[in-house]
Design a protein around this ligand. Structure first.
Ligand SMILES: [Zn+2]
Length: 87
């Protein structure tokens, strides 16, 4: 029984780390970019915030898309209700 718990905990840790690592390579969705830009990611999920920052630091594609989103949306502060309504 004890071994079972250790096994499950180990698998959970591997899964968790794997998800974090793979997440850094995954491109961000438009919604994620928008949340990031609007400051919602920072407020709600610090880990995701860090992952997005790292990804944007190394991915030109997503930086370009973030630039587009910046052009189409007003920045942090002018935020939530307007944007939320679109989804
Ligand atoms: Zn990317």
């Amino acid at each position: 029984m004890g071994k079972m718990i250790v096994l499950i905990a180990t698998l959970a840790i591997i899964y968790y780390i794997g998800r974090e690592v793979l997440g850094a390579f995954r491109h961000l969705t438009d919604e994620e970019l928008l949340d990031y830009w609007a400051g919602r990611t920072k407020a709600e999920d610090r880990k995701a915030q860090r992952r997005f920052s790292e990804h944007l630091g190394s991915c030109e594609k997503c930086r370009d898309r973030l630039d587009e989103i910046r052009r189409d949306n007003s920045g942090p502060g002018a935020d939530a209700p307007m944007i939320e309504r679109r989804y």
